[in-house]
Design a binder for this molecule. Structure first.
Ligand code: PLP
Length: 395
């Protein structure tokens, strides 16, 4: 079998071999419980402390501001639910978010809304941007939190987080950003970005292991614990720490910090080359999302008139050994749901089903990208012939 060309890095990234080596080496040695006082326990504690240092350095935050979680989803749930918990009672808590957040935010908001929390979902423009004007209009005296993602997982658009967080701060409102997609691709400097109170990240999006995330909680910002128990993570997040995962997260963060800039430059070049090639070779292809305020390796495209065929295209590519994602079915569980992100951008429901998400990563080569374009051209042509032969229209 030919190896798969993996172009779905927004879904998850492969483990960097250097991260895997560190996890094996340190994970084998630091097997003990870091809360134990004996020597193996102290070794595990050291490994944990070092990983926290690496993640803190990566975000330019303080070590005590980093709390390890099981995922980006947990970090997001924690912030929203932790803030709502502090203002119980109907109408006491208003949270502002955007209409294109990841389900880890949106589903939590839906849950909170059933418990008396008022939620405003900010609209986005046709390129997927939240405007500062809409945030200013939505703020109320009882607004407690604004939560806007740094970058969208489906369309790749980057939000003006600095401006939005400054507005929230000026109104005395806490600001959270889901940086799961942007971390490692767009610089984060939490010393400088001092109006961000909370920030969520996840190891598996930056070539680290799955099942490991972190929440940044700025010094002076209170958030009640989400998971109660043995008092780990300074009493903020109980349960015996996932040392191996956390060590891998630390290693992945250190690599991202030292190589992130060069990687971004390379991925932007590769992405732009790919977009040019696609425009020349695939008739009717169009870009979805912002032309340049987007994640470095992220392309989301539609095929004019063939929007309903996106899943077929994706499956045909899969047959040809290429892994991309259909924007309307980024998760297999949700393939039947209308693609809310594109609809929020003003696409009609049919057109909104037609996105292909191609996300490039650290190990992709120019050759792989050329192979992808050749294969897409071929499967697109075959699909076109097939639909014309059996007389299916494009609608
Ligand atoms: N937020 C965004 C923007 C994501 O893209 C994802 C994962 O796809 C998550 C949150 C969830 O992260 P995790 O898989 O670590 O729970």
């Amino acid at each position: 079998m030919t190896p798969t060309v993996y172009l779905d890095h927004a879904a998850t990234t492969p483990l960097d071999p250097r991260v895997r080596d560190t996890m094996r080496e340190i994970g084998d040695a630091a097997y003990a419980n870091p809360s134990s006082l004996h020597r193996p326990g102290r070794m595990a504690r050291e490994a944990l402390d070092h990983a926290r240092y690496q993640v803190a350095q990566f975000l330019n935050a303080k070590e005590e501001e980093i709390v390890f979680t099981s995922s980006g989803t947990e970090a997001n749930n924690w912030v929203l639910r932790g803030v709502a918990e502090q203002w119980p009672g109907q109408g006491q808590c208003h949270i502002i978010t955007s209409s294109i957040e990841h389900p880890a935010i949106l589903e939590t908001c839906h849950f909170l809304a059933q418990h008396g929390v008022e939620i405003t979902y900010l609209p986005v423009d046709s390129q997927g941007l939240v405007t500062t004007h809409s945030l200013c209009q939505a703020l109320r005296p009882e607004t407690r939190l604004v939560s806007i993602m740094s970058a969208n997982n489906v369309i790749g658009t980057l939000q003006p987080i600095d401006e939005l967080s400054r507005i929230a701060h000026a109104h005395g409102v806490m600001f959270h950003t889901d940086a799961v997609q942007s971390a490692g691709k767009v610089p984060i400097d939490l010393q400088r970005q001092e109006t961000i109170n909370f920030l969520s990240i996840s190891a598996h999006k930056l070539y680290g292991p799955k099942g490991c995330g972190a929440l940044f909680i700025r010094t002076g910002t209170f958030l009640p614990p989400f998971i109660h128990g043995g008092g780990q993570e300074n009493g903020r997040r109980s349960s015996t720490e996932n040392i191996e995962g956390i060590v891998g997260f630390g290693a992945a963060a250190e690599i991202a910090e030292s190589e992130g800039k060069d990687e971004t430059v390379r991925l932007v070049q590769l992405r732009e080359q790919l977009l040019n090639d696609l425009r020349q070779r695939i008739p009717g292809i169009y870009l979805i999302g912002h032309p340049y305020l987007r994640l470095p390796g992220h392309l989301c495209v539609g095929l004019e008139g063939k929007e309903t065929e996106a899943i077929k295209l994706m499956l045909a590519l899969d047959e040809g050994g290429i892994a991309v994602s259909s924007g309307s079915a980024c998760s297999a569980q949700h393939s039947a749901k209308p693609p809310y992100i594109l609809q929020a951008m003003g696409f009609d429901p049919i057109k909104a089903r037609g996105a292909l998400r191609i996300t490039l990563g650290r190990f992709n080569t120019d050759e792989e990208i050329r192979h992808f374009v050749d294969t897409l051209e071929l499967v697109e042509r075959q699909l076109h012939q097939w639909t014309t032969t059996i007389g299916l229209g494009n609608n």
